[in-house]
Design a protein around this ligand. Structure first.
Ligand SMILES: *[C@@H]1O[C@H](CO)[C@@H](O)[C@H](O)[C@H]1NC(C)=O
Ligand SMILES: *[C@@H]1O[C@H](CO)[C@@H](O)[C@H](O)[C@H]1NC(C)=O
Ligand SMILES: *[C@@H]1O[C@H](CO)[C@@H](O)[C@H](O)[C@H]1NC(C)=O
Length: 473
């Protein structure tokens, strides 16, 4: 019997009270975009593919709906999603994506700006920079912003120390993201920028890195630099997805800001208030299953209303949030039972296996998928131990695997070393898995670089270890 500890976590939920809304229309409300001086722009990106990662694209589609309801136009919203979920053979509702158990279709109307292989680091950076000649494929839409404009960037996927996943090509590194933000700043093509990141160890993308001289960027991450972020609405959870779904529908940080934005008058809510709501909902009582939502960059921007970036749905006018009433639980402030990002993918494979009829070809296939994932994980674990042993000696394994930077310090000093080792390890040991188990060890490579590793020696050790342990599927 395989045990998924996330499955067995039970949270006491207080009864769900439905807030009564004051739906008084505001007669002066024409278009929400008229109330700020510049334009609003958004870049939304899901870094994963594969049905087992349903939740990341669901989060991104939901974010699109929030922005559309907020009054943004499609020409100002750039969506990156692999787009393999809605019509995947496993989807019990073909053509539909939901982001919560009783949720509506969030896929409807989502622009397919960059899909499939066009979801990559190069296009993501080109879109942010507003450089049409830098992007290839896709709609060619970019953030063609001016100095008075507001930019919102939202990312959802697997991450790891210093990295965010991408469905094709290399991972996105913290240093490359920072260089892009510096270029955008130097071009003087925005007033202020807000970045929300859902990923494991997402704090490491900004901790000690987001420079003080770029003072008009504010970032919020699902997790601190050294902890997992968590999936939610998973099979076996409460609340659980409809029984025909064997995959998680969302991620806890993401659904927290999205569901908060769905119902509130965002003219009346500051980014700081939203951060507090999201932080509270993401930090469940059991520390083993929670993450710390973090703020980086210019925290003065947190005094802006959410409205400046996301607009606001006119249906929510005058619906003021119950932020101050800590004991007043609504469906938005209760915390669903959650599962770690990595286990969430395994959970899907396990459910597919478990639910397939005994003796069917589907059962055999699902069994193979599950075993491949588990053996790839084992191969990766063994390889990393061997690499550290060869380069530093076996007594250093634990130190290299477990050291975390102190608060305020960047993950790594020599980013070129880090990028080289991560890239080499992905190539040699990564296999074809969409769960990106190899990412898990980027922190160990950062520690090796910080300890002054010889890069050639380390890449040789990577090649050696990855090929001698049983090969990845
Ligand atoms: C836009 O991208 C192209 C291709 O990468 C590059 O050659 C050019 O310098 C970029 N333009 C600006 C203004 O950065
Ligand atoms: C939201 O509305 C309440 C009640 O009218 C008001 O006291 C508060 O200052 C408003 N907050 C913002 C950020 O506008
Ligand atoms: C790393 O995580 C621990 C708790 O898991 C936390 O106390 C610490 O502040 C984190 N480090 C940083 C740099 O945030």
């Amino acid at each position: 019997m395989m045990s998924y500890r996330g499955l067995f976590l039970l949270l006491a939920l207080s009864c769900i009270a439905v807030e009564s809304r004051q739906l008084k229309g505001n007669p002066y409300h024409l278009s929400s975009n008229n109330d700020i001086e510049g334009k609003r722009w958004a870049v939304l990106i899901a870094g994963s593919n594969g049905y087992e990662n349903y939740r990341h694209q669901a989060d991104v589609c939901h974010a699109y709906q929030v922005l559309r309801n907020g009054g943004l136009e499609d020409e100002n919203i750039i969506v990156f999603m692999y787009d393999d979920i809605a019509f995947d053979g496993n989807n019990p509702r073909p053509g539909v994506i939901i982001n919560k158990p009783d949720g509506e279709d969030v896929y409807d109307g989502v622009p397919k700006d960059y899909t499939g292989e066009d979801v990559n680091v190069n296009n993501f950076f080109g879109a942010i920079l507003g450089n049409k000649t830098a992007v290839t494929g896709g709609s060619g839409k970019v953030v063609d912003s001016g100095p008075n404009d507001y930019i919102f960037i939202y990312y959802a996927d697997h991450g790891a120390a210093g990295l965010l996943g991408m469905p094709s090509g290399e991972y996105l590194t913290a240093q490359d993201l920072m260089n892009t933000l510096k270029q955008k700043h130097a071009a003087n093509t925005y007033k202020s920028m807000v970045i929300y990141v859902e990923a494991c160890e997402s704090g490491s993308m900004f901790e000690g890195i987001l420079p003080r001289d770029i003072n008009n960027i504010y970032a919020v991450t699902a997790a601190n630099p050294n902890e997992s972020s968590w999936a939610s609405y998973c099979p076996g959870d409460f609340p659980s997805p409809p029984s025909e779904f064997d995959t998680c529908l969302g991620d806890i940080f993401s659904i927290s800001w999205l569901e908060d934005s769905d119902i509130h008058d965002l003219r009346n809510e500051t980014l700081q208030q939203q951060y507090q709501v999201v932080r509270r909902r993401t930090a469940v009582d059991d520390v083993d299953f929670s993450s710390h939502v973090m703020q980086y960059g210019n925290k003065g921007i947190a005094e802006d209303t959410v409205f400046n970036y996301l607009g606001s749905n006119p249906n929510n006018d005058n619906y003021y949030s119950p932020h101050h009433h800590h004991h007043h639980h609504s469906s938005v402030t209760t915390t669903p039972h959650i599962v770690s990002q990595h286990d969430a993918s395994l959970l899907h494979f396990w459910h597919r296996y478990h639910n397939a009829p005994e003796g069917s070809p589907r059962k055999t296939e699902a069994h193979k998928e599950l075993m491949d994932e588990l053996s790839l994980g084992k191969h990766t674990d063994q390889s990393v131990n061997e690499i550290i042993s060869v380069v530093f000696g076996p007594e250093k394994i634990s130190e290299m695997l477990n050291t975390v930077q102190s608060a305020g310090s960047p993950l790594v000093h020599d980013w070129d070393c880090f990028k080289m080792l991560v890239k080499s390890f992905k190539k040699q040991c990564g296999g074809t898995s969409r769960t990106r188990y190899d990412m898990k060890y980027s922190g160990a490579f950062a520690n090796m670089c910080n300890a002054g590793v010889d890069i050639n020696r380390a890449t040789q050790a990577i090649t050696q270890a990855c090929s001698t342990n049983s090969p990845p599927p």
